[in-house]
Each structure stands twice: as structure tokens, then as C-alpha cells.
Design a protein around this ligand. Structure first.
Ligand code: SF4
Length: 403
């Protein structure tokens, strides 16, 4: 018997008649949630290529308790995962909280993600709660009456596989053609512009991380790696724990932007590749065989990178309340990181409330261990690697790096 709900996900369901063709007047609201945190460059460039002006692309604010109270109240879902639950506050803010009304609320259902591990893992799909989150939350705005239609807003939620680029033009054209009055050629151009912007940003961010590691290598200083999902960069989800640590003078790296340059990863994983334990520096099959989930795969690879990289002397693991995807990864990621004596601290079950005092005390503990053991950890991990460190070669932008 066919499952009817699935079929409807792929259909266009504008709440009101499509907007006029002149796109320069269109205002598009995007909820700043979930994997929009790691793909927003794509969406901005995509819309700009279609003729939407920058000032008419509106993101909701960072997540906050106030946002949820003011705009999401009474529209909650049964989902216990906080990063999904909080989306109702973002939708509400875009619908009710704009001085200048939006015409379209764009909230993509992202099915797969671009990843540095693409081709080395089974797949790079998203958590199912992430993918279906927009549909889940939308229900809260339709249950009594169509709030989008009442506010003259077209709700658009394209299903898109950003990890499988060849599918994206067709997917976005099919789901957005009536929303933006698109033709296939301009959709293809907009998709190309989107990926160019996303790739360029990611390359720059990875280079910046490499510069930080090079600075650490040349000055014998430690840094911290954050192992978390992209939306933990949202101050309302990750509670800026990494900011507290950075204030103590430790540079912070995010796993999403670790450098993947051949010279560096070949140096870090040389022994594992030589002994045949892994096929390439991006292979995680030695620690994670069911490697289909993009963010989970990257968390496992980040743990491997951290345990090898001498100047990452500490890993901070962030995870949200009731995260089903993270639960099986806690023990393996901790064991991998600690295998070389790298410090590991976990902040689990993060929810809407900021555990202010608790974070401060734990940050002081972490800083104490970092200052006491970092030098020893760096030397020990250097001993496992060949002396030909590619970071020892000074690079032009190193001078700009500061803690
Ligand atoms: S990965 Fe975890 S925190 Fe993120 S949406 Fe899925 S269940 Fe929620």
C-alpha cells in the first residue's frame, strides 16, 4: 500500500498564488537553522543569480528562548530534538516579526550534503529529522488555518540533494519553478553560482584553519577542535562554549572546516595508509563502517584528524538533547581522540537553556588541563609522525593569524 505522505513532499504546495515575475521586488525569508548553517552561501548566491537583491534576502535571527516564546509558542511539534523544535520560532519570526513583509519563506529539505569525505564513505545524507524538519514544523502553521496564506507568504520547501550536484538543477527547477517563475536554463545558472559561492567560502575557511595550525606548529602552541554539527555554531544551540575557551587564548577550529590538503593529510595518516589500515586519508572504514550520514561521518573523521594532529591538544564535543544520531558516536569518538592522550571533554544534551555557571566551571577545568598537559601532548604526538611536517613551512598569511 503506498505511503501517501511521502508523495506530497515532492509536490509544490504554495499557500497563495505565485508572486509576480519581477524578482527585484521579492523578499525571501530563510530560516537560519540546521544545515542552512553550512550551506547558506549556496542559497544566497542562488537567489542573487535569480535577481533577488541582497537586501531582500532575510535570515531569521540566531536561535533564542525569547524567539521561541514570542514567535513559536503554540506551534511546537512532537519532535524532542531541540535543533528541530526551535525552527517554529524561526518561522514565526519570519512571518510575524518583519517590519517589511517577506513574500516567500524558503526552507529547503536538504537530503544530502557536500562533504570532504564524498567518495570515501557510503553516502553523505542528512539526519532524517533534519531532512523532514521543515515539513514537521510547517504543520504547526497550518493546523488551525493557513498562516502563510493569511500573511500573503508562499511557503517553499524544495527537496534537494546538495551532495549529489548533478540532481540539484532538476530538483530545484521542479519544486521552485512556479514560486519564482523559473526556466530550466536560469535555474542551472543559479545552481552553478550557488555551488561556486559555497566552494569558494569553504576553501577560504579551510585555508584559514590551516593557517591557524601552521601558526601553532611554528610557535609550539596548542589549539582546540570542536566536534559538533554545523548548527552548533548557532549561539542558541551551541551556547558559544567555544567562545569561552577562545577567550582564554586558545584558537578554535571547527571540524567542518579542517584543512584537507594532500600534503597535510598524507603526513597525518601516512602510517595508516602505508600499513593498509585505510585506503586514503579520508577513509573512515577503520572506525565507522555504516558511513552514510554526512555530519556523523565528519565527526568520526574529525576525531581521527584530532588524535593525529599534534597541535590539537583538546577536543570539545557538543551534542544536543535527545540526538539519536550522536548517541552511537560518543564512545568511539572519545576512544579515538584519547588514543593518543588528546584531551576530550563533552557537553551533551544541550537544550534551550544556557547552563551559564556550569559552563564557566567546566571551561576553567578544561583550561587548567590544557595549560598543564598541552606541551607534553604535542611532543608525544610529534613522535608518532615523520619529521617532514608540511606546516613547518611558513605561509604568506600566517602573519595575520592571532589568538
Ligand atoms: S542530528 Fe541529532 S540534533 Fe541534529 S536533527 Fe538529527 S537528531 Fe536532531
Amino acid at each position: 500500500m503506498p505511503f501517501q505522505t511521502l508523495r506530497t513532499w515532492f509536490e509544490r504546495k504554495p499557500s497563495v498564488a505565485p508572486p509576480p515575475k519581477d524578482r527585484s521586488q521579492l523578499r525571501v525569508g530563510i530560516a537560519r537553522v540546521l544545515n542552512v548553517w553550512s550551506t547558506h552561501q549556496f542559497w544566497v548566491a542562488f537567489l542573487k543569480e535569480l535577481g533577488i537583491s541582497s537586501e531582500n534576502i532575510v535570515f531569521s535571527s540566531d536561535t533564542s528562548e525569547e524567539q521561541g516564546r514570542e514567535f513559536g509558542k503554540g506551534r511546537g511539534t512532537v519532535d524532542c530534538c531541540y535543533p528541530v523544535k526551535c525552527i517554529s520560532g524561526h518561522y514565526g519570526e519570519l512571518v510575524f516579526g518583519q517590519k517589511k513583509k517577506i513574500n516567500i519563506l524558503l526552507s529547503p529539505m536538504i537530503h544530502s550534503l557536500p562533504s570532504i569525505l564524498h567518495g570515501h564513505v557510503v553516502d553523505t545524507v542528512t539526519c532524517t529529522r533534519v531532512m523532514a524538519g521543515p515539513e514537521n514544523i510547517k504543520a504547526g502553521f497550518l493546523k488551525e488555518r493557513d498562516v502563510f496564506a493569511e500573511n500573503d507568504i508562499v511557503y517553499a520547501s524544495p527537496f534537494v540533494s546538495l551532495g549529489d550536484r548533478h540532481m540539484v538543477t532538476e530538483q530545484l527547477f521542479t519544486s521552485l519553478k512556479d514560486v519564482f517563475d523559473l526556466d530550466l536554463e536560469e535555474t542551472a545558472r543559479a545552481v552553478q553560482a550557488g555551488f561556486q559561492a559555497l566552494d569558494s567560502f569553504t576553501t577560504k575557511a579551510r585555508q584559514r584553519s590551516r593557517d591557524i595550525l601552521a601558526w601553532c606548529a611554528q610557535n609550539g602552541k596548542p589549539c582546540i577542535l570542536v566536534l559538533a554539527r554545523p548548527y552548533h555554531m548557532d549561539p542558541g544551540i551551541g551556547h558559544e562554549i567555544e567562545g569561552e575557551l577562545q577567550a582564554h587564548g586558545y584558537p578554535i577550529l571547527w571540524l567542518q572546516y579542517l584543512p584537507g590538503d594532500d600534503d597535510l593529510v598524507n603526513w597525518l595518516f601516512e602510517e595508516d595508509v602505508k600499513t593498509g589500515r585505510i585506503k586514503s586519508p579520508f577513509d573512515i572504514s577503520d572506525v565507522w563502517t555504516s558511513s552514510y550520514s554526512s555530519n556523523t561521518n565528519e565527526i568520526m573523521w574529525g576525531a581521527k584528524f584530532a588524535t593525529r594532529c599534534p597541535w590539537i591538544t583538546c577536543v570539545i564535543r557538543l551534542s544536543s538533547y535527545e540526538c539519536g544520531m550522536d548517541q552511537p558516536t560518543y564512545t568511539p569518538s572519545q576512544k579515538i581522540v584519547e588514543a593518543t592522550g588528546t584531551l576530550y571533554f563533552k557537553f551533551g544534551d544541550l537544550d534551550s537553556t544556557k547552563p551559564g555557571g556550569g559552563i564557566k566551571i567546566r571551561v576553567e577545568t578544561i583550561v587548567h588541563y590544557l595549560s598543564k598537559y598541552s606541551e607534553e601532548i604535542i611532543q608525544r604526538k610529534l613522535g608518532y609522525l615523520s619529521p617532514d611536517c608540511p606546516l613547518a613551512v611558513a605561509r604568506r598569511s600566517d602573519a595575520a593569524v592571532s589568538t
